[in-house]
Design a binder for this molecule. Structure first.
Ligand SMILES: [Zn+2]
Length: 805
């Protein structure tokens, strides 16, 4: 085997994976009318993402007018749906009612057959309070407008295309709720395509589908250039606590696909997300996927029927390979016969002992768990499980990925080297014991201890006598087959991850054995190089895809890609190990990874720590405070807290959902707090009817209510709407329960309940308004390196009322 060729193949693979995740170059304003131009869409991004425009804000009204104006200027029928949305779909929290007034902006492109099921292009146009939201979700809104323009130029289409721009997605999918619950157009929607963002760069991945979306996914693969999608992501997303507007559509039994880009996540929900920060290439990729899809749907004689879900993944971001689950079993059978052929030939030609093959198989597990142990320790040392720190880690994402990848490869090569020489048993055991112990720094860590013990057991099982190259490689192929079969049985939509590298590696192994090509010959080198480069490229692109989503809180995730890489890198790397050339490779990779992660840890609070400073007023209790709901108090927040001479102190304030906060006395202001009134009336059947009204005092953007009844409250209504699901009735009999209402009308909100004859109810109402109140000294300009989030830069006015009946 030619020395060093495998390293070159790995470099080529990483380069190819990099290209597979690169965004296309944005098309300029003169691009043909039928195509999607990011330059044209960026014009809308710049007009919309000027400043934060959360649901209920004055700025959102301006944005609403802009979107409606753009639709009308294009000649679409534009309409504003003015409604109330109540969150009932998705993976919501029990015990909290999330509702609000919303204004959806709807544009209709009529088709030739107005009665045919329509295509709905959905994107939300509200933002979180502290971000201009260029990515989330002005990118989606601007893409929607550019797609509407392109399709308008070629109408009439076969069927209606509806462009729905929802309000109130961020507080709780409220606009989508209102549309699907009430709007007459919703009934005839056949397919929903949603566009989202969780950052400001990266490719737009198709990450979620309805169930039985096989035909739709096939259509996407047929029309989308450079798709980024895989069925494991869609399967995992169903189990994740996240929601987008599409959750509402799927809850209604609609068929649909969801697209989002997730790069540069530091911009997600922060002030960084300005038009200048947004990668126009991400916009171009979004449009390049969604426009041809919507065009095909709108012009098709029929919409894709519900059809069994497929196993699919993009191949290096170029084509989408999709096949049914039974074909996955077929591929397993092919892989099994290839691996069996390898084992038979390896044994017949005495290229390895059975014991060597068995140790090669166990080595696959050992290198995986070794990588898990190293990366788990790194994750603990970096403190990624703390949400604020995760955010800071995201700022160092490229370093984090490079460091974690170096450590994962170090584990792979270290184990291969130990097997090749049948030595280093003691070093590996000591290393595992030390790493396991280190996991428990700052508190016993059961996971770290268990993995360390497993690693030690595996070291004893497979490191001892040298294993031949074919013993190692055929062993990894055997273990890979077991893994592939397990995945196909337990998680079929993730089976491609093991199957594809396994098929590639087993095919090359059979080819080499049957043709008796010498591994050291030129032809052998070409084969090994191609396998390593192609396989490693695909595995790296998958690894990067999943790491960007979950790597910051869970770097050990990358260890799961170690066995896949081992399948295709085995012969090249092992040959390096056997002739001693790799002796220093593993330690130097480990050191490189450690240095990179040290850099990540070193800079973890820079350059963008988070501040959450706001003004709090409870005039009835004469309580006026400046509050910082961030754990680590930065200099600016400390100075801002003490503006009125108060000394910052830590108190608990569970109401805001943040546990402990820093507070300091503030000068009084005349902020009008929300007004609470409660009436009770004895009902004929011995119960009492309660009526609770909360009116905003200062036209605030949001009302939060906390209710602590002594008795069970049932038959809840909100503004006359019965919220009578069992879950909600049960929740309201708990002693802590709440309502979050966005964009309340001036007359406020009315809740009614049925209660037993006697009881007591404590109500706390918070009204959140943007900015600082008049007459209160404002903090100095916040440094640009300090991001704000949550309640930052708001005024929170509180009222409390106790009512006996
Ligand atoms: Zn969003």
């Amino acid at each position: 085997v030619r020395r060093g060729l495998v390293l070159l193949a790995m470099a080529a693979g990483i380069a190819a994976a990099w290209l597979a995740t690169a965004t296309p170059s944005p098309r300029d304003r003169d691009a043909p009318a039928s195509s999607f131009s990011a330059a044209r869409a960026m014009k809308d991004v710049r007009a919309i993402a000027v400043r934060p425009h959360p649901s209920g804000s004055a700025e959102l009204e301006r944005v609403r007018g802009y979107i409606a104006g753009r639709l009308q200027a294009m000649g679409l029928a534009a309409e504003i749906q003015n409604a109330e949305g109540v969150l009932t779909a998705g993976k919501r929290k029990p015990g909290v009612v999330i509702a609000g007034r919303v204004h959806n902006v709807i544009g209709i492109l009529p088709g030739r057959d107005r009665t045919a099921p329509s295509v709905l292009v959905m994107s939300h146009y509200d933002t979180m309070p502290n971000t201009p939201g260029a990515g989330d979700n002005t990118a989606g809104t601007a893409s929607s407008l550019e797609i509407a323009r392109a399709l308008q130029a070629e109408r009439p289409l076969a069927r209606d295309v509806i462009f729905l721009h929802t309000d109130g997605e961020e507080p709780g999918l409220l606009g989508a709720q209102a549309f699907f619950a009430e709007h007459p157009l919703a009934r005839n929607v056949g397919i929903v395509v949603n566009m989202e963002a969780r950052g400001d760069s990266g490719r737009a991945a198709m990450f979620e589908t309805s169930t039985d979306a096989g035909a739709l996914v096939r259509l996407l693969g047929g029309v989308a250039p450079q798709p980024t999608a895989n069925s494991l992501m869609a399967e995992l997303y169903r189990r994740m606590p996240n929601d987008t507007d599409l959750s509402v559509a799927l809850d209604q039994g609609k068929t649909g696909l969801n697209f989002a880009f997730v790069g540069d996540q530091l911009a997600y929900h922060t002030s960084i997300s300005t038009p200048d920060d947004l990668d126009p290439g991400s916009l171009q990729h979004m449009g390049a996927q969604v426009l041809p899809l919507v065009r095909a749907l709108a012009n098709g004689a029929d919409l894709p029927p519900k059809a069994q879900d497929l196993i699919y993944s993009d191949l290096l971001g170029r084509v989408l390979v999709a096949y049914p689950v039974w074909a996955g079993w077929l591929l397993c059978a092919v892989a099994a016969s290839l691996v069996a052929t390898v084992l038979v030939l390896v044994r017949r030609r005495a290229l390895a002992h059975w014991s060597g093959i068995a140790r090669g198989a166990l080595a696959l597990l050992l290198m995986t768990l070794g990588a898990v142990l190293c990366l788990h320790l790194c994750g603990r040392l970096l403190g990624g499980e703390n949400a604020t720190r995760t955010y800071a880690l995201v700022a160092r994402y490229p370093l984090l990925l490079a460091g974690a990848a170096a450590i994962a490869l170090a584990a792979l090569i270290g184990v291969a080297d130990a097997l090749a020489h049948g030595a280093r048993r003691r070093e590996l055991v000591i290393a595992a014991a030390l790493l396991g112990a280190a996991c428990s720094i700052g508190g016993f860590d059961a996971a770290g201890a268990i993995v360390a013990l497993l690693v030690i057991g595996l070291v004893f099982a497979c490191v001892g006598r040298p294993v031949s190259l074919w013993g190692f490689w055929s062993g990894t192929l055997g273990a890979g087959l077991v893994l592939a079969l397990l995945l196909q049985a337990l998680l079929p939509f993730g089976s491609f991850l093991v199957q594809w590298p396994l098929l590639l590696a087993a095919l090359v192994a059979v080819l080499l054995l049957i043709t008796r090509i010498d591994l050291g010959s030129a032809r052998g080198a070409v084969l090994l190089f191609a396998m390593a480069a192609i396989g490693f490229a695909q595995i790296s692109s998958w690894g990067g895809f999943f790491f960007v989503l979950m790597g910051a809180p869970l770097p050990a995730l990358l260890a799961l890609f170690v066995p896949l890489a081992a399948l295709v890198l085995a012969p090249g790397l092992y040959a390096l190990c056997v002739d001693g050339a790799a002796r220093r490779l593993s330690p130097s990779l480990l050191a490189t990874g450690a240095v990179l992660l040290l850099l990540v840890g070193w800079t973890r609070v820079a350059p963008h720590p988070l501040a959450q400073l706001f003004y709090f007023a409870d005039p009835a209790a004469q309580r006026f405070e400046r509050i910082s709901a961030t754990k680590d108090l930065d200099d600016w927040s400390r100075a801002a807290l003490s503006l009125d001479g108060g000394e910052p102190a830590v108190t608990s304030m569970k109401l805001l959902g943040s546990g402990t906060v820093w507070t300091a006395k503030a000068a009084p202001s005349d902020v009008p707090p929300p007004r609470i009134t409660i009436e009770h009336r004895a009902a004929a059947d011995g119960h009492t009817d309660l009526l609770l009204r909360v009116q905003p005092g200062a036209a605030g953007r949001e009302l939060k209510l906390l209710m602590q009844p002594t008795e069970a409250l049932t038959e809840l209504t909100l503004n006359g709407r019965k919220l009578d699901t069992l879950e909600q009735a049960a929740a309201f009999s708990l002693n802590r329960t709440g309502v979050i209402y966005t964009a309340p009308a001036a007359e406020g909100i009315v809740l009614t309940f049925r209660a037993p004859t006697h009881g007591k109810l404590d109500v706390t109402a918070l009204e959140i308004s943007d900015g600082w109140p008049d007459g209160v000294q404002r903090p100095s300009q916040r440094p640009s390196s300090l991001l704000t989030w949550g309640l930052g830069d708001t005024t929170v006015a509180q009222s409390m009322l106790q009512h006996d009946w």
